[in-house]
Design a protein around this ligand. Sequence first.
Ligand code: KIV
Ligand code: ZN
Length: 388
Amino acid sequence: MKTIKIFDTTLRDGEQTPKVSMNIDDKVKIAKQLEKLGVDIIEAGFAFASEGDFEAVKKVAESVTKPIVCSLARAKKSDIERAAEALKNAKHPRIHTFIATSDIHLENKLNMTQDECLNHAVEMVKYAKTFIDDIQFSAEDATRTDKEFLVRIFSAVIEAGATVINIPDTVGFSQPHEYFELIEYIKENTKGIENVDISLHCHDDLGLAVSNALTGVFAGATQVECTINGLGERAGNSALEEVVMAIDSRSDYYNAKTNIVTEEIYPTSKLVSSISNVDISPTKSIIGTNCFLHESGIHQDGVIKNRATYEIMDPSRIGIPQHDNLVLGKHSGRHAFKKFLESNKINVPEENINDYFKKFKKLTDTKKYVTVEDIINIVNEIEVNNDN
Ligand code: KIV
Ligand code: ZN
């Protein structure tokens, strides 16, 4: 079984989430939690971008010891020098340098030919290598780049010393099967690829970031870039919790595992949500508040008998504290109602349960979500009437 490396970019691409900004202390707090979570690589920021980002990369590099700490750098000497400086105290430093490779970017943004781009990338990888040994190279907008050019540029940067090649779906444009074929093609045709990690970086513009990342794993990638809660530029990146739990729950399918301590997923998600001020939708996979709640009577009945009837993972595996998993609503049955009374320690005579249940059902026609207080009111009301 192969181990997929998890490259967390919450502190870099995640900070590119519109309206999100993290100060140095926030970043250090998150980095320490990411270390506890067991990520293999932390992308701490973009050292050249600002004085604050430089300091944040430096502080993160000095605050964690287990993961590789990485700074983003455009394929420019000034960026690479700044990244190297920020990482100088890191136990395991990596420079992540990138250049756009698609025609639309080469023509409109960089004003370069493919050959000029390739020569420049090689020169910059060699330059980065004079500071740090571990160099990741990304071909920005790879999924809209000519496949043969991708193979040429990746073969050349590997020869120049790159240790990781990253294949970003920068604009979230790729379809899962297409991405699979691209990764497979690069794997089969790039010289020296067997000596480096193949990395994936997917954006969620079409809601396919996680699917694309997983299909890339299937095609032979060895590193996945992701963010906590799926933060990131525009629609965000592949959500770490989804990628990791898909591999964890279906290791039989992927023949793979990760080094993530899954029980730390929920605390990490909460921390990032509170620091970033980005709420988690109740239906967000893995960590949304609804993920382990059951409303329909049929489901509730099944879960009471055996949770595995409607739950594919144990919430404790993600670090979610034990909680009542039944929600009372209009679809709830008598079974769930009784269980709800028991778990909320509402003691009532067995012979009155039918009356309480009828009242509760009536209430659900006017109230979508019935609370403990509502049930206590129903019980009190019936008891008062009985006493009279
Ligand atoms: O989306 C992207 O292409 C990036 C690169 C810098 C890896 O974030
Ligand atoms: Zn990105």
